[in-house]
Design a protein around this ligand. Structure first.
Ligand code: SF4
Ligand code: F3S
Ligand code: FES
Length: 248
């Protein structure tokens, strides 16, 4: 690409364009069923989908409801379906998904209003796997030391921000029932393979039960959906292997 062409494509990214949003809305105080509402806003291609939602909310329709906090892919509060795929709106650029946006709440959790779902069932599943370090040994005045190799075993799953994009993209999770879901298994993995933890056997027992890892059908939607690029399906497989081998 010549310098002139590079400058032209940089200029194009700085020009505002029309972005058309079709948003699935539901207000239980007004609506008997969900409905679609359309908006058009002006954004730069390098803006995020969250920026477009903010423009709608702040300049066109203050009743549009969605969650967000950090706006930088850290807090995990703004997972939503954007053009059919679970994504965080704050790290999804318009230039990557196009100017025709179809936005819906994630699936598999009850909708409270518009794009806001009730996360309580998700966090209840998360709590079931004891997502905290269990170790009553007294380390005295020393740290609980760990080698780089020991740390590497669960490094990937420490990156989880509990956004729920994985669980709410899983067909088994959509079916309801007692499946704990991939996010809870990722949280369990993070402690099961931590050499400082002493409750791996207890967590493996929980995940060996009806709602545990054996409900996973290895469909990989969870891995594709994870905004932190965690190898979710691989983590689930590691937990399955630990249960079968009866050791971590
Ligand atoms: Fe979100 Fe990924 Fe954690 Fe699932 S594993 S909750 S998709 S960060
Ligand atoms: Fe569901 Fe992921 Fe397993 S999408 S079926 S938890 S591989
Ligand atoms: Fe925090 Fe998107 S608003 S991850």
């Amino acid at each position: 690409m010549t310098t002139t062409q590079t400058q032209a494509s940089t200029d194009a990214l700085m020009q505002e364009v029309d972005v058309h949003l079709v948003v699935r809305r539901f207000d239980p105080e007004v609506d008997s069923r969900p409905r679609w509402q359309e908006y058009t806003v002006q954004q730069k291609p390098t803006d995020t989908v969250l920026a477009a939602l903010h423009t709608v909310k702040w300049t066109q329709d203050g009743s549009l409801s969605f969650r967000r906090s950090c706006a930088h892919g850290v807090c995990g509060s703004d997972a939503m379906l954007i053009n059919g795929r679970n994504r965080l709106s704050c790290v999804t650029l318009i230039k990557d998904v196009g100017t025709e946006l179809r936005i819906e709440p994630v699936r598999g959790l009850p909708v409270i209003k518009d794009l806001i779902v009730d996360m309580e069932p998700f966090f209840a599943q998360y709590r079931q796997v004891m997502p905290w370090l269990v170790n009553d040994d007294d380390p005295g005045f020393r740290e609980r030391r760990q080698s780089p190799e020991e740390r590497a075993r669960f490094d990937d799953t420490t990156k989880c921000i509990l956004c729920g994009a994985c669980s709410t993209s899983c067909p088994v999770y959509w079916a309801g029932g007692d499946y704990l879901g991939p996010a809870a298994i990722v949280a369990a993995h993070r402690f099961i393979f931590d050499s400082r933890d002493r409750a791996a056997a207890e967590r493996l027992d929980i995940l060996n039960q009806r709602g545990g890892v054996w409900r996973c059908r290895t469909s990989f939607n969870c891995t594709d959906a994870c905004p932190r690029s965690i190898a979710v399906t691989e983590a689930i497989e590691e937990v399955k292997r630990a249960i079968v081998a009866d050791r971590v």
